[in-house]
Design a protein around this ligand. Structure first.
Ligand code: UT7
Length: 332
């Protein structure tokens, strides 16, 4: 029997309206526009403002947009997987909250926490549900409200991150386009360089942990940068080699948007010119699980059926990976 292939058949996205510019950050911490732009490529990021709003409030419009584009009802969704490190609550899953808010009452749902690689990990998991033949419509959301865990007095991290959500619908593609192959990797020993110190079961929240600012992202930028450059470039190259893909075969690199220098290094290793690389880090910064689906959302209209895409990510954990997709439709 021929293997079923899962394809992305619609994309939705959402970014909040508020723009946190480099100029505004200059008034908050000892930094400057030139440093931020040359070291990261970021000019502004979006921030979700509003009492009581969480990641689900960005996931909801992203999923509703893809339902509208595909002409389906939330009731048609069999499963919804949400990749996030900033869930609305520690539990239950943000995926459940999104399903409740959109009325996806026929879906089962759960979260995946793999930091910046979360969307890729969730995409692979979602694709295997379609490949199994048991489910017809699986939605994968990548969303993070990074502003909820960023210390805006720490210039090493506050200049990087932003808020946003992207979502894709997965369905079987009878023509065999869609998700062809993935290489996904994890190295937990890297967790020391990028993590949140308190609020988990090993160190529950106390007044002391709050006072010590341990509920914010802790990152040692340089070691993460070193691992990221190598990890993202190597895994993308390995995926090409394993599938006999040359640079000419690839229409687009869809990289996690953590740092323009990491993106450039990955594209160079793959032999791809800049015109084939999706880059929106200047506008949105690093939205963690949101970056890759937000790129697909922005570029959807330019993608053509049969285009080969390599999605690549590196993030906290460490987690990293790459996925080869043969695009399944012309969105026009
Ligand atoms: O998506 C999850 C995975 N995360 C990543 O992939 C992030 C990887 N790391 C990075 O992107 C970079 O390491 C950063 C953008 C975080 C930092 O860039 P860097 O080139 O590695 O800078 P650095 O940490 O080596 O700092 C260089 C200098 C230091 O000053 P001295 O010691 O040379 O005097 C820092 O104190 O820049 C200083 N610095 C800043 N200056 C102005 C650090 N942050 C800032 C800042 N503004 N915001």
């Amino acid at each position: 029997m021929q293997k079923r292939i899962a394809a992305i058949t619609a994309v939705g996205g959402y970014v909040p309206e508020y723009r946190l510019t480099n100029a505004e950050l200059e008034t908050m911490v000892d930094t400057n526009d030139e440093w931020i732009r040359t070291r990261t490529g970021i000019e502004e990021r979006r921030i979700l403002k509003g009492e009581g709003l969480g990641s689900s409030d960005m996931g909801v419009p992203a999923v509703l947009e893809l339902c509208k584009k595909r002409g389906i009802s939330p009731l048609d969704i069999d499963c919804l997987i949400c990749a996030t490190v900033t869930p609305d609550l520690v539990f239950p899953a943000t995926a459940n909250i999104i399903c409740d808010k959109i009325g996806a009452t026929n879906a089962f749902s759960y979260d995946i926490g793999a930091a910046c690689s979360g969307f890729l990990f969730a995409l692979t998991t979602g694709a295997s549900l379609i490949e199994s033949g048991r489910y017809k419509k699986v939605v994968v959301v990548g969303v993070d409200k990074m502003s909820s865990i960023i210390d805006y007095s720490d210039r090493a991290t506050c200049i990087i991150f932003g808020d946003g959500a992207g979502a894709v619908l997965l369905e079987e593609d009878p023509e065999g386009n869609g998700i062809q192959d993935s290489i996904l990797k994890t190295d937990g020993s890297g967790r020391q360089y990028l993590h949140m110190k308190a609020g988990g079961s090993a160190k529950p929240s106390t007044i002391e942990t709050v006072m010590a600012r341990e509920h914010f992202v802790y990152q040692e930028g340089q070691p993460v940068f070193k691992f990221a450059v190598k990890g993202m470039a190597d895994v993308s190259y390995d995926l090409m080699q394993r599938n006999g893909l040359s640079a000419d075969d690839i229409a687009w690199l869809v990289p996690h948007q953590a740092n323009l220098r990491i993106i450039d290094a990955t594209a160079n290793r793959m032999g791809l010119p800049k015109e084939k690389v999706m880059i929106n880090i200047q506008k949105f910064g690093n939205t963690t699980a949101g970056t890759i689906p937000l790129c697909l959302w922005e570029w959807e209209g330019r993608l053509k059926k049969g285009d080969n895409l390599i999605l690549a990510a590196f993030g906290g954990g460490f987690t990293w990976g790459a996925t080869w997709i043969r695009w399944a439709y012309d969105a026009g």
